[in-house]
Design a protein around this ligand. Structure first.
Ligand SMILES: [Zn+2]
Length: 299
């Protein structure tokens, strides 16, 4: 993940999408190394459960939390059943070749990751406060409504990131072919999972889109630098537009407000890109269905 970047001015036209527009303006500037995740070489926390055959689901476990912030994150995750619900949602749709631990734990860097060596997905306690800082700048209502919106966004982004990591797990465990960036391919799976579900999960996608927007906005106008250009992930701004495009493409009628159009100047998606999004989504859908084939529980 790129190091902290220089904050610059507000990008013109970067406004919230769709129905979430009014309450979740993308306004925060934040210098953050959030959401790097992925392909970590970090050692698995001690005491992590070993992979078991099972029936191919994510199996949630909680490791000890250290700091007060981590303990608060652990409580938040448990009370909201963030990991359990994400595991159940994914498990209803996709079968893994064996049970895969989804473990909440302390991490050196607070970015959730899939570890091919240990065969586990780790969700880092430190991700919760980091995400909360991102959304606190977006949901500017400091009252109870604002705090509730931040909590919901943290849950939403957590789902977006967890399904991204699930994508890495699937690629490795099933040895799926990937050409181009694997990071983009698994982003596509995450959008596909979120967009093909209920309203709540579409909202989770919007939370994730707004996080990319905030991170991008934090660096907009500046040169992202060598670390970002050479990174395995697409740039934050690209992920913002890609996720917005694919969510819009999943149901153009429902997410029409996302498009910059006459009468809707606040739409975030330039119409030239928007015109391609339904076909992009269709390709993503058919490609992942072809890749997962018999491993889909829902067809
Ligand atoms: Zn990744």
């Amino acid at each position: 993940m790129p190091a902290a970047r220089t904050r610059r001015g507000t990008p013109a036209g970067l406004r919230p999408a769709a129905r979430a527009a009014a309450r979740r303006a993308v306004r925060l500037a934040l210098a953050a190394a959030l959401l790097a995740g992925c392909a970590s070489t970090e050692a698995a926390p001690e005491g992590a459960p070993s992979p078991t055959p099972g029936d191919g689901r994510l199996v949630v476990a909680y490791a000890a939390a250290g700091t007060a912030e981590e303990r608060a994150a652990r409580t938040f995750l448990r009370e909201r059943r963030v990991l359990e619900d994400a595991a159940a949602y994914a498990g209803a749709r996709i079968a893994l070749p064996r049970d895969v631990p989804l473990r909440a734990a302390r991490c050196a860097a607070p970015n959730p990751f899939w570890d091919e060596d240990t065969g586990r997905i780790t969700y880092c306690y430190g991700f919760v406060p980091d995400a909360r800082r991102v959304f606190t700048g977006i949901d500017t209502d400091g009252g109870a409504a604002g705090r509730a919106a931040v909590d919901e966004d943290v849950v939403g982004l957590s789902n977006g990131v967890l399904f991204h990591e699930l994508g890495h797990a699937l690629v490795d465990l099933y040895d799926l072919p990937v050409t181009g960036r694997e990071e983009d391919a698994v982003d596509q799976l995450a959008v596909l999972l979120l967009a093909s579900g209920d309203e709540r999960h579409a909202d989770y996608a919007i939370s994730t889109i707004n996080a990319w927007g905030a991170l991008w906005q934090a660096s907009e106008g500046g040169d992202p630098g060598i670390a970002a250009y050479s990174d395995v992930h697409s740039l934050d701004g690209q992920r913002f537009f890609d996720w917005a495009c694919w969510l819009y493409g999943s149901d153009p009628g429902r997410f029409a407000d996302a498009v910059d159009a006459e009468g809707n100047p606040d739409g975030v998606l330039p119409r030239d890109r928007a015109a391609l999004c339904p076909a992009e989504y269709e390709r993503i859908d058919s490609s992942w269905r072809a890749l997962l084939g018999p491993h889909l529980r829902e067809r």
